[in-house]
Design a protein around this ligand. Structure first.
Ligand code: ATP
Length: 323
């Protein structure tokens, strides 16, 4: 019902509660209740007395036909698509179907909402309905997990480049897997691997990008922002952003499969938010301090410490600016 309601209100026109109820075969009260639920969840519904309700044109629901129409046919032909109204986590969903994915190439899973969206180390990813991008993409690799070094950094770079192309400036990368905007967390990336780590494996790349989210979220314990909150005049249409991101990712992967992360190091470092700054790296109970020098060809963070330069690999590591 929520999806049908939003779809009707996404045509740019205002609709009265009565009209919406008639079209959906429910009472006006039921429409009002559903709209209230969406508004309480932070969904941007515009309500004008005497005219009715609509959702801002750029806030339309995800639509595979629209996304696919923005992709090059050759790219679209390589992908199997899945769009869900709600799911526990798009990464978990692809993990469940990974056997089938290995046979048939790339699979993309998108959802309007995640009930158990996850970050690294089992942390939660706040995923309210129809406001953000929750996207996972399953990418088969035939030469084992070692070929995946730097993949999560590449995905972050591709995401930042997509947002820059959409008119947003000031997006930076935080090693290993976050995108910041105005110094606040805008997006997270989670790469998980299924299959045989020494030969045929599938990388499941999950991204969460805050697009229209404005309201405080309990699950977020650090400063965050969304594209809407940035108040920049960039593209907020999630369908367009998803299509552009996937297209750019597939193009970059052609290079990555041949040459690894190394050709992308300069572009990554240009967007490195903490380049040259003093940082603290926490891994479990150990803590290391130093100056972030950038990344190497394998995607490791180069850290200048009192005892010389060290290279740190992703995994369980957490990075903070030194205060
Ligand atoms: P950190 O960001 O602390 O370095 P991490 O990179 O391991 O850790 P992620 O796995 O990317 O973190 O994401 C989980 C963390 O992100 C949560 O602990 C929470 O604070 C924050 N978070 C959860 N949902 C969102 C969201 N929608 N937008 C921004 N941040 C979020």
């Amino acid at each position: 019902m929520l999806a049908a309601l939003l779809k009707m209100m996404s045509d740019g026109q205002f609709h009265s509660g009565e009209e919406l109820g008639r079209a959906l075969g429910v009472s006006r009260a039921a429409v009002w209740k559903a709209l209230k639920r969406l508004e309480d969840g932070g969904y941007p519904i515009q309500r004008v007395r005497g005219r009715g309700y609509r959702v801002p044109p750029e806030a339309s629901l995800l639509d595979l036909d629209v996304i696919r129409a923005h992709l090059a046919p050759a790219a679209d032909a390589t992908i199997r698509w899945q769009l869900l109204d709600s799911v526990d986590s798009t990464n978990i969903e692809l993990m469940r179907s990974v056997g089938a994915v290995a046979e048939s190439g790339i699979k993309v899973c998108l959802a309007e909402q995640q009930s158990a969206g996850k970050g690294r180390r089992g942390r939660q990813w706040a995923s309210p309905y129809a406001q953000n991008i929750y996207l996972s993409i399953a990418l088969p690799f035939s030469e084992g997990a070692q070929k995946l070094e730097g993949l999560s950094l590449l995905v972050g770079l591709v995401l930042v480049e997509t947002l820059e192309g959409g008119g947003f400036s000031g997006c930076t990368l935080k090693w290993p897997n976050d995108v910041l905007l105005d110094g606040r967390k805008l997006a997270g990336i989670l790469v998980e691997i299924a299959g045989d780590l020494t030969s045929e494996c599938v990388a499941i790349v999950g991204i969460g990008v805050n697009v229209l989210m404005e309201r405080p979220e309990d699950a977020i314990e650090q400063p965050w922002t969304s594209l809407l909150l940035s108040r920049q005049a960039g593209v907020l249409d999630r369908n367009l952003l998803v299509a552009r991101f996937i297209q750019r990712l597939l193009d970059s992967l052609e290079v990555f499969r041949q040459e690894g992360f190394s050709p992308f190091v300069p572009a990554w470092q240009r967007r490195h938010g903490w380049q040259g700054l003093q940082v603290v790296v926490e891994a479990g109970t150990t803590r290391q301090q130093g100056r972030a020098l950038g990344v190497d060809a394998r995607g490791a963070l180069r850290l200048e410490t009192d005892s010389g330069e060290v290279s740190l690999h992703g995994g369980e590591v957490s990075l903070r600016l030194e205060r």
